[in-house]
Design a protein. Structure first.
Length: 222
C-alpha cells in the first residue's frame, strides 16, 4: 500500500484536531469475553498505520451495512485523505494538497482470513492488548469514524485498495497536523493505550510508540 511519505518531516509543533462525532457510540458495545484483556493488531505500512480487530466484535452489518465482510475473520481499518487515499497514493499533487489544506476524510475497511502477518508480509505488525472496557471504547471510536446519512447509515464510496475492501465517507478532516497516523494514535488512546496523538504525524512516529508495549494498555482502571 502506498501513502504520502512524511517520514522526512521531523516532529512538528502539533495541536490536536478532533474528528467530529469521534466520541459517539454506534451499534452498541463490544461482545463480552472471558479474560482480562483483548488483543488487537496495528499495522505499520509504508506510510500509514492501520488498526486490525476481530470481525465478530465489529458487526459489519449493524455498523456499516456490509454483509460481505461476514465471511472474514478480521477487519483492518484505515483513515485518510479522501482524494489521495482512493488514488492509491500515486499522485504527488494530491498528496501535497492533502498536507497543505484540510481535506475531507475517508475510511478504508479490508476483511481477511488468517493472521495479519500472513496477509501483510511486508508490513510491520504489532500485537497490543487492551482491557475489555478499553477495547469497547476503541471499537466505538472506529464506528464513530464513519460519516452517517440522515438514517444513521455509513456512506459507501466504492471498492477499496485490495482484496475484499471498501471505502466509506469518514468523519473529520485530514491535514498536516491530523494525518492517518494521528488518527490511529487517537484510536489507541481512546482504548486506553498510553500514546500521545499530538506526537504522531508519520508512521515511524506511530510505530515508535507501540513497539515492545504489547501489555501497556492491559491495565484496568480504578
Amino acid at each position: 500500500m502506498r501513502y504520502y511519505d512524511t517520514a522526512s518531516i521531523s516532529r512538528w509543533p502539533r495541536r490536536r484536531f478532533l474528528a467530529s462525532g469521534a466520541a459517539a457510540l454506534v451499534a452498541g458495545p463490544a461482545r463480552v469475553h472471558a479474560g482480562a484483556c483483548r488483543t488487537i493488531y496495528v499495522g505499520g505500512h509504508t506510510r500509514h498505520a492501520s488498526i486490525i480487530v476481530d470481525r465478530r466484535d465489529f458487526d459489519p452489518v449493524r455498523s456499516i451495512g456490509a454483509s460481505a465482510f461476514l465471511t472474514k475473520d478480521s477487519l483492518e481499518f484505515g483513515w485518510g485523505d479522501a482524494d489521495f487515499y482512493r488514488a492509491k497514493g500515486e499522485d504527488p499533487l494530491l498528496g501535497l494538497k492533502a498536507l497543505l489544506w484540510p481535506t475531507a476524510a475517508v475510511m478504508h475497511v479490508y476483511g481477511f482470513n488468517g493472521s495479519p502477518a500472513a496477509n501483510f508480509p511486508k508490513t510491520e505488525i504489532v500485537a497490543l492488548r487492551l482491557t475489555e472496557d478499553g477495547y469497547g471504547r476503541l471499537l466505538a471510536f472506529l464506528r464513530a469514524s464513519f460519516a452517517r446519512d440522515a438514517d444513521g447509515k455509513a456512506i459507501p464510496l466504492g471498492p477499496g485498495l485490495y482484496g475484499l475492501s471498501r471505502f466509506y465517507e469518514g468523519t473529520g478532516t485530514y491535514s498536516l497536523f491530523n494525518t492517518c497516523n494521528t488518527w490511529a494514535a487517537r484510536a489507541l488512546a481512546a482504548g486506553g493505550f498510553p500514546i500521545d496523538p499530538d506526537d504522531v504525524g508519520t508512521v515511524d512516529q506511530f510505530m515508535e510508540q507501540v513497539r515492545g508495549k504489547t501489555e501497556a494498555g492491559c491495565r484496568p482502571v480504578g
